[in-house]
Structure formats: C-alpha cells, structure tokens
Write a protein that binds this ligand. Structure first.
Ligand SMILES: [Zn+2]
Length: 282
C-alpha cells in the first residue's frame, strides 16, 4: 500500500494512503448520509489515515484524529484533498454548468489542487488548542460588544447543521453557530444578534474568524468558454472528486480519448480525425 506524509494546516502530521474504490462507500452509506456530508468526509478521513506522526497542537490521545470532534475542519478537508492528489495527481478535471440563463453550457474545467491557497493555523490559535481551549474573542466597533467565537471543528459543524435546520440556511445563521458567548449577555440569542449586526461589525467578525481559522481556500472562478461569463464555484468532496467514471460526461470523454489513442497506435492513417479529437481535448 502506498502511503504519504501529510502536514495539515494546524501542524499535525499524518500518514495517509491512496484512495481505494471501497473507501468511497462512505458517500453511499445511508446511515452516514442521514447524519451529514461532513460525517461522510470524517469517515473517509478516518479510513485514509494510517497513523498520526505528530499531533501538532492537539491534545487528543486516540490513535486517529478525532474527526467530527475537536479536529479542525480545515485539517480534515486539507487531508482529503492531499490524499486525492497523492492518489490521482494534482489536477482535478470536472464539468460545471454555466449559470447564465441563456447559456447553461457544461464547462469542462481543470482545477490545479496544488495551487489552492493554504492558510496555516496562526500561533495564537495553536496556543489555544495546546491549552485545550476553543474560544477566540473579537471586539465589534459599531455595537461596542465583545463576542467570543469558536474555530470550525467537528462539534461546531454539528451546531451549524442544527442551527440551519432550526432557523434556515442563511449566512447570519451559519455565523451565529460560531458564537458561544456575548459579553454582558446572560442568555444570548446568537441568531438574532448576528442578524441585527451592522455590516461593518459583520465584516469585523468575519475577518476575525478567517484570521483565526485554517485550511484550504476552496473557492475559485470559472470562465464559460461559450459566453465568457465568469462565475464562482466551490470545491466539494464527492465520489466524482476521486473517480471520473462517476461522471457520465467524463466517462464519454475518456472513451473518445481511448478510441483516438487506439486509432493513433494503428498507424494514424485517419490523421484528420485524430487531430480534431486532440484539439477538442486540449
Ligand atoms: Zn456560458
């Protein structure tokens, strides 16, 4: 079995292995799916982690990282992407639909996974984890309040899910689930608090959260080859991230490429045809 050493954004070092088809069962496991996507990701990371070489700032004593608990989501996501790069290389090819109403073209896109920006966990956050704490403070200028939020670990993720179920899938709900204390407020209503924030305060909170957290920047821009619309997309972990055959269009393309290669190896008599397919594939 091929294994590789992966240094996560927190500084934790893991020995990971190549992905095997059987591992991807986590995505079709109904029991896991019922709980959440994250649970599937955590289950996959657990399978792919052979051992912990260095815990970094964490204090866990288990043999594998506590994915879904106190291990940071930034580490989880990074680890899965690195295992994918180790298994299949740094380029991720996929198709994404152009959102322009008059277009809707399927745009083939290549994302170089090694070029995504990685934010390492800052020293303050590492120190905090070493103290077995997860609480960061930020002073919001406009409302004059001091609030405390948590780094995105498995437990905060669970809380975000609960909040979304209860209050709806809104940006202020997602942020509210990060908060755990508002100074001078004995019974804080976090959802209402974030909903009522001045945009400047919200930006301040967002900046503070971003500075304290770690991980891969999964957002990127795609440009449609047909209508030139530029739109934002976000990298997600799915079976298609690991196996191209899970995408019918990708599969058809591979079949065409294979057929072209076969033609070429037979002596390339039909040269106009193979040139054409080479241009389409570039
Ligand atoms: Zn388009």
């Amino acid at each position: 079995m091929n294994t590789t050493e992966i240094t996560c954004p927190s500084g934790m070092i893991l020995e990971g292995r190549e992905v095997e088809i059987e591992d991807l069962k986590v995505f079709t496991d109904k029991r896991l799916a019922k709980q959440s996507v994250i649970t599937g990701e955590a289950a996959l990371a657990d399978k792919l982690c052979i051992k912990v070489l260095d815990r970094g700032p964490y204090l866990f004593t288990s043999s594998k990282p506590p994915w879904g608990q106190e291990a940071l989501y930034g580490d989880l996501f990074f680890f899965l992407v690195e295992c994918r790069v180790f298994t299949k290389g740094k380029n991720y090819d996929f198709d994404v639909q152009c959102p322009a109403r008059s277009c809707r073209e399927m745009v083939p896109w290549r994302l170089p996974l090694d070029k995504l920006h990685v934010q390492e966990l800052c020293e303050e956050s590492r120190e905090m984890l070493r103290r077995d704490e997860n609480s960061c403070r930020v002073d919001l200028t406009r409302c004059g309040k001091t609030v405390y939020f948590q780094l995105l670990d498995g437990r905060v993720h669970k809380r975000q899910r609960k909040y979304v179920e209860e209050y709806g899938d809104d940006i202020h709900v997602i942020y509210a689930a990060r908060l755990h204390k508002i100074e001078g407020d004995e019974r804080p209503d976090f959802v209402r608090f974030v909903a009522k924030l001045h945009p400047d305060d919200f930006d301040e909170l967002d900046d503070a959260i971003e500075d304290a957290d770690c991980g891969l920047d999964s957002a990127f821009d795609v440009q449609c080859h047909k209508c030139d619309t530029i739109f934002a997309d976000d990298l997600g972990i799915s079976p298609g991230f690991f196996i191209e055959s899970f995408s019918r269009r990708r599969k058809q393309k591979r079949r065409k490429e294979r057929a072209a290669r076969k033609r070429d190896s037979r002596g390339g008599s039909n040269s106009s045809d193979s040139t054409e397919s080479a241009t389409t594939n570039s």
